[in-house]
Design a protein around this ligand. Structure first.
Ligand code: GH3
Ligand code: MG
Ligand code: MG
Ligand code: MG
Length: 316
């Protein structure tokens, strides 16, 4: 809840004398106030510093006053700034007009300053609570998004993890089924990785996996999905990609890894990678979980073939 001094009240009144009087009264009880007599002055004040509450005197018989309400209301609405309308008209149409234009309150003139002050306090309290809630929701939403992202991300590489494959990949597959475009699954596994661990230690092994994942990520399109499937095994899903395209991507990954020198700690390391591809145009009515397992299994079989044929190669 704002303290009086921190609360900025904007008084708008086409007539400067009552506006000044009200403004002085509010300053007298500690509020920070400003007042405007014309739409231009009000707009100017609102653009330099947003008030916490607006008090606007509407003279219903005065077109000038009536024209002000929509303007002020439009400016205040995005920020949820309460508007208290002061009016000498007890007419239902006048009140309806004010509320239709976003007034939070309507006080009949002549009014007592005590009543106005307590109404101001109620509106400020409500707005304060509303803002607190909005902040809480914002924080919770941000935390929720971060947690969701964390749950789907591999900590070592920053790539997607197995949870992502199990939970979110079906969206990509469903899209692929709908479009009828082919999709390619590529399974990649670093060759003789046990030797890296045995020779240089596990930490260096981790460093190689991290750098290899960066190379893979940079070798594919933004729209391709790269996940760490296991220890030094990666799944790359390429939507709208037929076998020949998948072969190009796989060959690019293979050659980028082969030509790189991995600098981890004091060691300069050379590795190779084997890749297996399975491409398919999915038929309407295909079940995403069944086809996902099938594509992974068949890409894995192609990978096994690449290993069997001597490694550092791509097989379909
Ligand atoms: P192949 O060419 O047949 O793939 O030989 P390989 O030695 O790579 O054999 P395999 O893929 O079966 O073994 C992978 C090894 O990777 C086993 C394990 O010790 C190691 N590994 C798995 N996860 C991690 C990890 O997160 N960090 C490190 N440093 N090593 C890992
Ligand atoms: Mg293996
Ligand atoms: Mg391996
Ligand atoms: Mg492996």
């Amino acid at each position: 809840m704002l303290k009086n001094k921190e609360t900025h009240i904007l008084v708008i009144d086409p007539h400067s004398i009552p506006a000044g009087k009200l403004s002085r009264h509010l300053s007298g009880i500690g509020y920070t106030t400003s007042f405007a007599c014309t739409p231009d002055a009000a707009r100017e004040l609102m653009s330099s510093s947003l008030p916490d509450i607006i008090i606007i005197d509407i003279l219903m018989e005065d077109e000038n006053g009536k024209g002000l309400m929509p303007e002020i209301s439009n400016a205040a609405r995005p920020y949820g700034i309460p508007i208290i309308v002061l009016s000498s008209s007890n007419d239902i149409d006048a009140k309806t007009y004010a509320f239709a234009w976003g007034a939070s309150d309507y006080i009949l003139k002549p009014f007592s300053f005590r009543e106005l002050t307590s109404r101001i306090n109620v509106h400020l309290k409500t707005r304060g609570r509303h803002n607190e809630l909005k902040e809480k929701v914002k924080k919770l939403t941000a935390r929720n998004t971060a947690l969701k992202k964390m749950a789907l991300t591999d900590t070592l590489t920053g790539l997607y993890n197995r949870n992502y494959i199990a939970g979110s990949l079906h969206i990509t597959l469903a899209r692929s089924i709908r479009s009828g475009e082919p999709i390619s699954f590529i399974m990649a596994d670093i060759d003789f990785f046990k030797t890296i661990n045995d020779t240089y230690g596990h930490q260096t092994g981790d460093c190689v996996i991290r750098d290899a994942s960066k190379i893979i990520k940079h070798s594919v399109r933004e729209s391709d999905i790269v996940a760490r499937y296991g220890g030094e095994e990666f799944l790359i899903v390429c939507p709208i990609t037929e076998a020949s395209g998948a072969r190009k991507i796989s060959e690019r990954i293979r050659s980028n890894i082969d030509s790189n020198t991995f600098i981890c700690g004091d060691h300069s390391i050379h590795i190779t990678i084997s890749l297996g591809i399975r491409s398919m145009a999915l038929k309407q009515g295909t079940k995403t979980d069944i086809i996902m397992n099938k594509l992974i299994k068949e890409a894995d079989m192609a990978l096994y073939k690449a290993k069997f044929k001597g490694r550092n190669r791509v097989e379909v």
